[in-house]
Design a binder for this molecule. Structure first.
Ligand code: NAD
Ligand code: UDP
Length: 396
């Protein structure tokens, strides 16, 4: 019996698409490819310089979806084949980017090129093709009625309300609305903001150009298996990934988790598998998604980085059977950890009104549950390799 036609949120049949996914070999790309292969009939032209994270989808050739996914090893900086692939596709998704904060202040030019200049040819393809872009949520702090709160604060010291100020208790101060919140970055010598500025410039270029078929996703700390790398195992020993992989690395090595500037910053974490559901809704409901910016995050999963460290320590002990350290965390200054020019976002919560109304999407997974499945994966994938790396004598 033929399977029933897949329909969109308005009951219309979903057209089978060819999707050119740039950065398909990364964290988000690998999960999106998995979802598209397992649950839809769409085809993917996967573009990246690496394919390790999607190897299980490319081989063996007997896989049920083998004729629906092709990998193209292309560096989009200098490869004319990209234009041909974009033209073959109905939708282009650009995920390629330098997006680890440790790079923003140490490699600001690479960061700006990667997030703005290298993305320009993809954006211009919006003339003939539907495009989806990823934005940054890295903002110093922002809000709707921000100007009045900021003005109150500025009366005294011309600074953002300090930690502990009652002005910070007002949700209007930290809930980010895609279509209303101002965007505040740190000063120029805080090069951490190079990434957010480059993403913001792409957003403004697209908006100014009125490409109606370009839509965006504002990603609020999507986390899960295959995020980044474990230094010295599947990435450089000196590399600094994002917080999930940093803390996983510490736990795997049985060392204290490093809290940058005391770990007081707050984040909302959303499980990658929930977030990918939202992306699929965007892909398959273009009439509702085009021209829109959607916050994709989980406002219910807010913690300080210190609380995240404590929860990860507890969950890791449960999944690995190893006892927790007597001193599970240590404080480290941001200058020591990231170098000169680092700066942080202190609190950001996604407003879910637009994505709720347009796509009916809500995240489902609690922070504990997402950490449990992610750390089970980290333990299964890396524990043995880390043990061997630690046991290896250091070359003199
Ligand atoms: P990732 O680093 O895991 O994936 C990016 C992929 O792009 C990598 O596989 C990399 O090899 C590839 N790439 C980079 N430059 C390339 C080039 N010149 N040519 C070909 N391939 C190239 O990152 P991710 O977490 O999957 O993020 C994807 C997108 O989402 C990025 O645009 C990022 O800025 C945005 N984003 C993600 C988060 C999050 O929570 N994960 C938060 C904010 C924004
Ligand atoms: N962080 C930390 N210890 C680490 C890595 C990161 O305390 O080992 C902090 C970092 O300073 C920031 C938060 O964790 O406050 C989230 O950092 P991440 O790199 O994941 O991305 P961001 O949300 O800042 O883009």
């Amino acid at each position: 019996m033929a399977s029933p036609a897949r329909v969109d949120l308005d009951g219309n049949p979903i057209k089978v698409m060819t999707i050119c996914m740039i950065g398909a070999g990364g964290f988000i790309g690998s999960h999106l490819c998995e979802k598209l292969m397992a649950e839809t009939p769409h085809k993917v032209l996967a573009v990246d310089v690496y394919s390790d994270k999607i190897k299980h989808l490319l081989e063996p050739s007997s896989l049920a979806w083998a004729d629906r996914i092709q990998f193209h090893r292309i560096n989009i900086k200098h490869d004319s084949r990209l234009e041909g692939l974009i033209k073959m596709a109905d939708l282009t998704i650009n995920l390629a980017a330098i997006c680890t904060p440790a790079d923003y202040n140490t490699r600001p030019l690479d960061t700006i090129y990667s997030n703005f200049i290298d993305a320009l040819p993809v954006v211009s393809a919006g003339d003939f093709n539907e495009i989806m872009l990823w934005l940054s949520t890295a903002r110093k702090i922002t809000n709707v009625s921000f100007t009045s709160l900021l003005a109150k604060s500025m009366e005294n010291d011309w600074k953002l309300p300090s930690q502990g100020s009652p002005l910070r208790q007002d949700p209007a101060f930290y809930v980010l609305q895609e279509d209303a919140s101002p965007c505040i970055f740190g000063p120029i010598e805080k090069q951490r903001w190079s990434y957010a500025c480059a993403k913001q410039l792409i957003e403004r270029l697209v908006y100014g150009g009125k490409w109606p078929r370009i839509h965006y996703s504002e990603t609020f700390n999507w986390i899960g298996p295959r995020m980044d790398f474990i230094p010295g195992i599947d990435g450089p020993s000196e590399g600094v990934p994002r917080v999930l992989a940093c803390f996983s690395n510490n736990l795997l090595r049985g060392e204290p988790l490093k809290l940058v500037d005391g770990g007081q910053s707050q984040r909302t974490f959303v499980y990658i598998k929930d977030a990918i559901e939202a992306v699929l809704l965007m892909i398959e409901n273009p009439a509702r998604a085009n021209g829109q910016i959607f916050n994709v995050g989980n406002p219910h999963n807010e913690v300080t980085v210190k609380q995240l460290a404590e929860m990860m320590t507890e969950v890791y002990s449960k999944v690995s059977g190893e006892p927790t350290l007597e001193v599970p965390t240590i404080d480290v200054s941001s200058k020591e950890f990231y170098g000169e020019g680092y700066d942080d976002s202190d609190k950001r919560i996604p407003d879910m009104t637009i994505i709720n109304k347009q796509l009916g999407w809500n995240p489902k997974t609690s922070l504990w549950d997402l950490l449990e499945s992610t750390l089970t994966y980290q333990h299964r994938t890396y524990a043995e390799a880390v043990k061997q790396a630690i046991a290896k004598p250091v070359a003199s």
